[in-house]
Design a protein around this ligand. Structure first.
Ligand SMILES: NC(=O)c1ccc[n+]([C@@H]2O[C@H](COP(=O)([O-])OP(=O)(O)OC[C@H]3O[C@@H](n4cnc5c(N)ncnc54)[C@H](O)[C@@H]3O)[C@@H](O)[C@H]2O)c1
Ligand SMILES: [Zn+2]
Ligand SMILES: [Zn+2]
Length: 367
């Protein structure tokens, strides 16, 4: 079938929205009609050419939600009409990682997905006979996509797809950092560095977990206001003095849990140093630039601080994303506030520009 899609033709050039050909689903695959897709930093990072593992031409996009239109042979968990959130982080439920409760890094289709192919090593996307690759196994900057069954979370159809698409990446990354990685305990003190979609998700996760105090740290006043709306009890302007201020605010000890959601290695270090001696746990969600390293004085570890990190908030997507959608429907998560603008696919390059200017929290493309 013919679909409209935003193609990364060449690195550091605007995406080109055009008609491309999408083949039907093969065995174990599902054709999804995309209803909405968030525009995430990872899309822009790959488009810029800075990502060493990037490839082109490819259809970008990985924060999608939509409706199943057709299922391939052997697909049993999904049927036409089901509402789904796309997962760049799949869950096969069979590999050694999926059966462990210690990680969400499914091993089933990793290699081919990293190269932009479906699990059988081919693509369903093409243009004038030229194959196009599937970015992150999702390619959701498009009217429709074909994805493996194991990379789709079936969610409650009552939820607005142009809101719960945020759970396909950013929101779950933050919420999960608090709930599944750090496992924040009720009554604790938390500090979240960065109040973009990921950091705001972490603030919400800490609140849902019953944290007593949640300090949001950012450079931007609007973001700090957003953090209050998500449950931050205190806000702090970031910068070189942030650690001292946090230690002071927490009776000289630091926080039980700290979270980093900026991608800046200097801030990561601050997040480590703001964690409490004895048991403070620092969870890193930000993705650092190529070749950058995190500097930590080992004494911080000897004295009982720990550092953790996870992709996609440690969430096993097919299990957790439907639960988070239910929490949203129950009113426990305010995802609506995180979607600050809605655009058409043709405006996708404007969304990148707005992201560069730090405007809004999340822009969602609606179809
Ligand atoms: N681990 C994962 O699976 C995963 C998934 C999605 C995104 N990420 C990463 O998470 C990070 C955050 O993503 P986002 O979409 O929320 O980004 P964002 O750019 O919207 O938010 C980052 C925030 O950090 C703030 N900030 C910058 N410097 C700061 C400083 N010195 N002190 C305090 N705050 C500072 C910015 O003002 C901004 O509000 C990025 O690095 C992104 O690549 C990771
Ligand atoms: Zn993302
Ligand atoms: Zn698996």
């Amino acid at each position: 079938m013919k679909i409209r899609a935003a193609v990364l033709e060449e690195f550091a050039q605007p995406l080109v929205v055009q008609d491309v050909e999408l083949d039907g689903p093969g065995p174990g695959e599902v054709l999804v009609r995309i209803a909405a897709c968030g525009v995430c930093h990872t899309d822009m990072y790959t488009a810029s050419g800075a990502d060493p593992s990037g490839y082109a031409p490819t259809v970008l996009g990985h924060e999608g939600a939509g409706v199943v239109e057709e299922v391939g042979e052997g697909v049993t968990s999904l049927a036409p009409g089901d509402h789904v959130v796309t997962l760049f982080s799949p869950q096969c439920r069979e590999c050694v990682h999926c059966v462990s409760d210690k990680t969400n890094l499914c091993l089933a289709i990793r290699e081919k997905q990293n190269e932009g192919y479906l699990p059988d090593g081919t693509t369903r996307l093409s243009r004038a006979g030229e194959r196009l690759r599937h970015f992150m196994g999702t390619s959701t900057f498009a009217e429709a996509t074909v994805m493996p069954e194991i990379a789709l979370a079936k969610v409650n159809p009552d939820a607005k797809l142009d809101v719960v698409c945020s759970l396909a990446c950013g929101a779950t990354t933050g919420i999960g950092a608090a709930l599944y990685v750090a496992k924040v305990e009720p009554g604790s003190t938390c500090v979240v560095f960065g109040a973009g979609l990921v950091g705001l998700g972490a603030v919400a996760g800490c609140r849902v977990a019953g944290a007593e105090r949640i300090v949001a740290v950012d450079l931007d006043d609007d973001r700090l206001e957003q953090a209050k709306a998500q449950g931050a009890t205190d806000t702090l302007k970031g910068g070189p003095g942030a650690v001292e201020q946090i230690v002071e605010m927490t009776g000289g000890f630091g926080a039980d849990y700290t979270f980093e959601a900026t991608g800046n290695v200097a801030v990561m270090r601050q997040a480590v140093e703001s964690a409490r001696m004895g048991w403070g746990l620092c969870t890193i969600a930000g993705v650092a630039g190529k070749g950058e390293v995190l500097e930590v004085v080992p004494r911080f570890l000897i004295t009982g601080r720990r550092i953790a990190g996870a992709s996609f908030g440690g969430a096993k997507g097919r299990d957790r994303v439907p639960e988070l959608v239910d929490s949203y429907l129950a009113g426990d998560l305010d995802l609506d506030a995180l979607i600050t603008s809605r655009i058409s696919l043709d405006q996708v390059n404007d969304a990148f520009a707005a992201m560069d200017r730090h405007e809004g929290v999340r822009t969602v493309i609606t179809f």
